[in-house]
Design a protein around this ligand. Structure first.
Ligand code: CAA
Length: 284
């Protein structure tokens, strides 16, 4: 297959802008697609700030940051993906949204291109089945903040070919990340294990076992976690946590994955964590 030089990233939100950042930072040309100009502008601004942060820390020359930024073409026009050799979808964590995007990517990208999803819990096999190239669909799951976290879970769907899997694994390595191979099951490894921890921390708060601050202190000081579970839930986004718990509950079918009622209430209230200014803590 042709060498991958130009990659498409769908979605300029927290994960999408981080993914565009690391591809551009490592020499790839990036087409960053959004559905709204405002979201695109916000995503590009975040990339600029995070590149500057690396310049300020002396990890990157100013000229390299400027060149990385220039390699990113922000657009609302998904036909611009037509000459990409690879694309990764980082849209909202809803199957219906991803299904439509995969159908479109399948129509738009060259037949030999590999398509990836940054989904944190949705079945890669199911997404692959929306396309005429199920063997070329792979999960490529990054972690927030993308420029910092070393892990990429590389997920093999039922139909994924070894060549496509190796392409994505190789891309992760070119980005300076460590790929870990995982099979296609709800929540993969990361969220199958992490989300029940966050959910249980929420039950502890709801049932009055301890305050959010106390639960977080236990994990920071007792288990050396960089963030306590409730700070981390706010950081990930409470809506995202709820979506993932629902995928686990439905996909694995064990009642132990029942989302905490306090989480559901907070999402209903629009308290989505750091991004909305309020979650278990207040921000800004
Ligand atoms: N973009 C780029 N760089 C960033 C950044 C960002 N958004 N946020 C922090 N950094 C960099 C800083 O510049 C700093 O770099 P140096 O080490 O070179 O100084 C480094 O990260 C550490 O940052 P700070 O000193 O400002 O802050 P910190 O020590 O408190 O670390 C943190 C911040 C890296 C976010 C740390 O708290 C942490 O690791 N938290 C846990 C994050 C985590 O668990 N993420 C996974 C979430 S789950 C997920 O993403 C997947 C899913 O499917 C839900």
């Amino acid at each position: 297959m042709e060498e991958i030089r130009r990659v498409g990233v769908l979605g300029a939100g927290t994960m999408g802008n981080g993914i565009a950042h690391v591809f551009a930072r490592n020499g790839f040309e990036v087409v960053l697609c959004e559905v709204e100009q405002r979201s695109l502008d916000r995503g590009l601004e975040t990339i600029r700030k995070n590149l500057d942060r690396e310049v300020a820390k002396g990890k990157l020359a100013g000229s390299e940051a400027a060149a990385a930024l220039k390699r990113i073409e922000g657009t609302l026009d998904r036909t611009a993906l037509g000459d990409c050799q690879f694309a990764i979808e980082a849209a909202t964590e809803k199957f219906e949204v991803k299904r439509e995007l995969f159908k479109e990517l399948d129509r738009t990208l060259p037949a030999e291109a590999v398509l990836a999803s940054n989904t944190s819990s949705i079945s890669i096999t199911r997404l692959a089945a929306q396309t005429q190239r199920p063997g070329q669909v792979v999960g490529m799951h990054f972690f927030n903040p993308v420029p910092v976290m070393k892990l990429v879970e590389v997920i093999r769907g039922l139909a994924t070919t070894q060549a496509s899997f190796d392409t994505v694994k190789g891309l992760a390595e070119k980005l300076g990340k460590t790929p870990v191979e995982v099979n296609d099951a709800a929540g993969f490894v990361s969220n199958r294990v992490l989300m029940p921890l966050l959910n249980e921390a929420m039950f502890a708060v709801m049932e009055g076992v301890a305050t959010a601050e106390a639960v977080d202190e236990v994990f920071k000081l007792g288990m050396a976690h960089p963030m306590g579970p409730l700070t981390l839930a706010d950081f990930i986004g409470l809506d995202v946590c709820l979506d993932i718990m629902r995928v686990l509950e439905e996909g694995i079918g064990d009642p132990k994955y029942r989302p905490c009622p306090l989480l559901i209430r907070m999402v209903d209230a629009g308290w989505l964590g750091r991004k909305s200014g309020r979650g278990f803590y207040q921000y800004g």
